[in-house]
Design a protein around this ligand. Structure first.
Ligand code: SF4
Length: 317
């Protein structure tokens, strides 16, 4: 079960009249329940129907209309007056016997997870140490705020890791694959909810990305996408890439938009795109777009500025 500290929020927003709620997709099914908590306390509640990718994605229009915008399930990225982040954590028991059975051969292990599981990492560290592992539990830099926390755009917790392998605690493969490309270590993934444990391979992911890069080598008209979302805007990176591309004979524009979606890219004459907004759009949503979308680092490979062997994951610090 996900828990969030409503008392702390109420303390912060005391005296306010109008509040906005911004909920990520995975929590939207609780909008009625959460809105009622605040309505019962006398607030006028407005639920945002705009996207909520992460803490980087603030509904600025709604923020203008309310005293506070409550941003659920994320740790702070964009510090802005009126925005209150409400982190959510999983309330679950770790099964020591099950963890004892995980077949992790390496002695030195780095623990990482998404924010929702981070409160469990200290306990997991102690359990694994009792089984003879040396366990690394550190905090990264920039937009990650919690020990062991990774984001789809930030794996800095693994920078210069001394671990022989990484254990990702959480759901899905996206972060685990990202961690394996970033750290170049063996990565295990364990979901305390489904109890699934596996070794992650990044081979398929990299093969697919190499195919995307190869596909644009003979193409010349591109747009570099910049998102206006507060925590995704990388205008200077776009300008730098444009200059490098122009010097190499490419015809490149900078395309500015808030939501990067297939519909928004319709009718433009560009042969491919370079996405400086959230890296998940490039990696996870690649098949939704008609034309190829590369990360900035993949574009550097296409321009001959980076070696293919030096493939790296896109990172926003
Ligand atoms: S840029 Fe993407 S991966 Fe990074 S915090 Fe925002 S939504 Fe998450």
């Amino acid at each position: 079960m996900l828990r969030y500290d409503i008392d702390r929020v109420l303390e912060k927003i005391g005296g306010a009249k109008k509040i906005g709620l911004q909920l990520p997709n995975g929590l939207r099914f609780k909008s009625i329940e959460i809105a009622k908590i605040f309505e019962d306390k006398g607030f006028d509640v407005f639920v945002s129907g705009e996207s909520c990718y992460g803490a980087c994605d603030i509904d600025l229009e709604l923020l203008k209309e309310v005293d506070y915008l409550l941003h659920f399930c994320h740790t702070p990225i964009v510090e802005m007056e009126g925005v209150v982040y409400v982190p959510c954590f999983y309330d679950l028991e770790l099964d020591v016997e099950e963890i004892a059975k995980l077949k992790i051969k390496e002695k030195r292990i780095a623990l990482i997870s998404t924010a929702q599981y981070t409160p469990k990492l200290k306990e997991l560290k102690e359990i694994m140490e009792s089984f003879g592992h040396d366990v690394e539990l550190r905090k990264g830099v920039g937009r990650v705020k919690l020990e062991g926390q990774v984001l789809g755009c930030n794996y800095s917790v693994l920078k210069n890791t001394k671990a022989d392998a990484v254990l990702f605690v959480g759901d899905g493969l996206f972060h685990a694959v990202g961690a394996s490309i970033y750290s170049k270590k063996k990565v295990y993934t364990y979901s305390p909810i489904t109890r699934e444990f596996r070794v992650v391979s990044n081979e398929d992911f990299i093969k697919k990305r190499y195919l995307k890069i190869s596909g644009v080598l003979d193409k010349h008209k591109a747009a570099i996408i910049v998102s206006t979302k507060s925590g995704q805007k990388r205008l200077s990176l776009a300008l730098k890439l444009k200059k490098l591309a122009k010097e190499r004979g490419k015809d490149v524009d900078i395309l500015v938009l808030n939501e990067v979606s297939p519909q928004k890219l319709e009718n433009f004459p560009y042969e491919f795109y370079v996405n400086t907004a959230c890296p998940r759009i490039t990696y996870d949503d690649a098949n939704l777009f008609k034309k190829t979308i590369l990360t900035p680092q993949e574009f550097e490979i296409a321009l001959g500025l980076r070696d293919w062997e030096d493939y790296m994951i896109d990172e926003i610090l």
